[in-house]
Design a binder for this molecule. Structure first.
Ligand code: AGP
Length: 611
């Protein structure tokens, strides 16, 4: 999605703005631009459609520079992805605005402002903000007061930054529904939609809260809350290593992140496992008392995080004896729900800023849930700040748009949750609990063994390079694993992929099976294996090619029409975590063979901060 960077310093800040935009590239965008106040106090703007590299090239060909500026990567919502619609947008060559989010009443505002003589040069919703601000600035004479007045008329979501020739020493920012963070430097300050953009200049941040307005100058930051009252936001030191934004020896971030899984799963387990149980404090001090009251679980998430929730449903019902519902946030937020008594509301999100998941959480607060728990990768995110309980997944920054290590660490977090709930409720057998804790400890090693299958998976991937469609099959908790495998494949290779519970095959999708439709299956050695084998026979009998990821003792052999990848043996409960890894690698290699943009697939954004 869109990204914002801003800087005010004593040095030329164009390089800082550009570097910040590059660090936000992973989020997905289709144009980029910046505006600075030059030495003469004039507003200078440069925009390009396409990649930040094109903006950088254009910048090299100009003299453009300044000590205060804002920059943006745009992911088109209103208006085509072209230079005319790229941010910053200007009004009267004295105000520039960059904006993330959507202004829902932009049509009415545009009509009104046009009638008052403001001239529009783009098709964006954002342009209404800059003209509205100019109107308010003309009336009030102060940028902060103008912004406070303008946001009262905006409906929708925004994280925005403004600079003006009239008060050339400051950047104004406003946040409502779209995150913003202020980076604190020595004699210089910064602004961004994600702290990752500013890691090269600072590690101290102030996180704006919903409704905040901030005035950022070289040597001072002022913040007003949603009611207009001046407030202090506590600075936070960010510790994640700067190497997180570096591909290292890997060709793509996605591959690096797949290979990081043993390490990050290890980290996700650290300080959370006792000798034979999940430590009670893993979910915070008040969790044990709260968990004892839980009678139902409602999980809400999007995309890959939703698939993690789907796996958790099998665990929560089988191991903790808790009825569990799982729903995609974009549906849940607009549905009238009947809340069962003592229901724990669980959100899952890598970014913690997904608009639908956040909106669902906010709705849930008024709906009578027992408490909210966020399973999230970003400790400073809105989701974490607005939830009662949190479990951080500790995956480290995930740059590839296709989520990999975030998913496996979410699964680890959800299994820890299941074991904790099962223990406090007395529904989990003690022997099984000990076994699962032991298996969790061994998981990083097992993941390493799965990664060692990479050369075989790369061979198998060659069978896909020319295909247009694929079916993914799984049974039980492997069904969501198949869904996640299909999502990965379509996201980065653009091959159409559908996942089905294997038992559903003969109820329709079998009609699609022929030699051109490969069928990918995950087959751990569990009680459903024999049934799954029958489903595979149904495919073979119709000439369908099978790609099977099976336990080495599953009794499935490589042969005519069946490509087998033998997987290390793993306890049934943990098998969804392990079997995810080869499917990630399969998608990765297929995408590389097809020459797609693995880390930034077309049309997609890393963090979906608009509806
Ligand atoms: C996964 O590969 C996707 N990029 C996407 O489905 C993602 O999981 C979804 O947008 C939810 O994001 P979140 O985890 O940050 O909330």
């Amino acid at each position: 999605m869109c990204g914002i960077v801003g800087a005010v310093a004593e040095r030329n800040i164009t390089a800082i703005l550009l570097e910040g935009l590059k660090r936000l590239e992973y989020r997905g965008y289709d144009s980029a631009g910046l505006a600075v106040l030059d030495a003469a106090g004039q507003l200078q703007r440069l925009r390009r459609s396409g990649k930040v590299a094109e903006l950088e090239q254009a910048l090299r060909e100009t003299e453009l520079g300044g000590r205060l500026g804002i920059a943006h990567t745009r992911w088109a919502t209103h208006g085509a992805p072209c230079e005319r619609n790229a941010h910053p947008h200007l009004s009267g060559n004295e105000l520039a605005v960059v904006h993330n989010g959507i202004i829902e009443n932009h049509e009415a505002l545009r009509r009104r402002l046009q009638a008052e003589g403001y001239e529009f040069t783009s098709d964006t919703d954002t342009e209404v903000i800059v003209h509205l601000l100019r109107q308010k600035l003309d009336a009030l004479g102060d940028l902060a007061a103008a912004l406070q007045a303008a946001v009262k008329e905006l409906h929708g979501a925004y994280g925005l930054a403004v600079i003006s020739t009239r008060q050339p020493d400051r950047i104004l920012a406003a946040r409502s529904g779209s995150p913003l963070v202020i980076g604190l430097g020595l004699g210089e300050n910064f602004l961004a939609s994600d702290q990752l953009a500013l890691r090269q200049v600072t590690d101290r941040f102030l996180y704006l809260e919903e409704g905040d307005i901030a005035e950022i100058r070289r040597d001072a930051v002022r913040i007003w809350d949603v009611t207009g009252v001046p407030v202090q936001r506590e600075p936070v030191q960010y510790h994640e290593g700067a190497e997180a934004a570096d591909k290292g020896e890997f060709r793509h971030f996605m591959l690096k992140e797949i290979h990081e899984q043993p390490k990050v799963v290890q980290r996700a387990l650290e300080n959370r496992l006792g000798a034979d149980q999940v430590l009670p404090q893993a979910f915070g001090p008040q969790a044990a008392e709260l968990f004892a009251r839980v009678r139902n679980v409602q999980i809400v998430a999007c995309g890959t995080s939703y698939h993690a929730g789907m796996v958790a449903r099998y665990w929560l019902e089988a191991l903790a004896g808790l009825p569990c519902q799982v729903e995609v946030a974009s549906e849940f937020r607009y549905r009238k729900v009947v809340v069962q008594p003592d229901t724990l509301f669980v959100t899952i999100s890598q970014s913690g800023e997904t608009a639908d998941t956040l909106a669902a959480l906010r709705n849930a607060k008024a709906a009578g849930y027992l408490a909210s728990l966020a399973i999230c990768n970003v400790g400073t995110s809105s989701l974490v700040r607005e939830s009662d309980l949190t479990l951080l997944t500790q995956a480290g920054p995930e740059i590839g748009v296709a989520s990999t290590k975030a998913f496996t660490t979410q699964l680890v977090g959800l299994l820890l949750l299941t074991l904790s709930l099962g223990r406090v409720r007395g529904t989990l057998d003690g022997e099984l609990e000990r076994t699962l804790v032991e298996e969790l400890r061994r998981l990083p090693t097992r993941l390493g063994e799965a990664l060692a299958m990479d050369p075989r998976i790369e061979e198998v991937a060659e069978h896909f390079a020319e295909k247009q469609h694929t079916l993914f099959l799984g049974r039980g908790e492997q069904y969501p694993v198949a869904m996640e495998g299909a999502l990965k494949l379509k996201e980065i290779s653009y091959i159409h992929a559908e996942a089905y519970p294997a038992g559903e095959l003969k109820h329709g999708p079998l009609a699609l099976v022929d030699a051109h439709m490969p069928v990918v299956t995950v087959a751990p050695n569990n009680e459903l294996l024999e049934k799954l084998k029958s489903n595979l026979q149904e495919v073979r009998a119709r000439g369908g090619e099978l790609i099977v990821f099976a336990d080495r003792e599953a009794g499935i052999e490589n042969g005519e029409g069946t490509l087998l990848v033998k997987m290390p043996h793993i306890h049934d409960v943990l098998s969804p975590i392990l079997y995810t890894v080869p499917l990630q690698l399969l998608s990765y290699h297929v995408a590389v063979l097809r020459g797609t943009d693995v880390d930034q697939p077309r049309n997609l954004a890393k963090s979906v901060t608009v509806e």
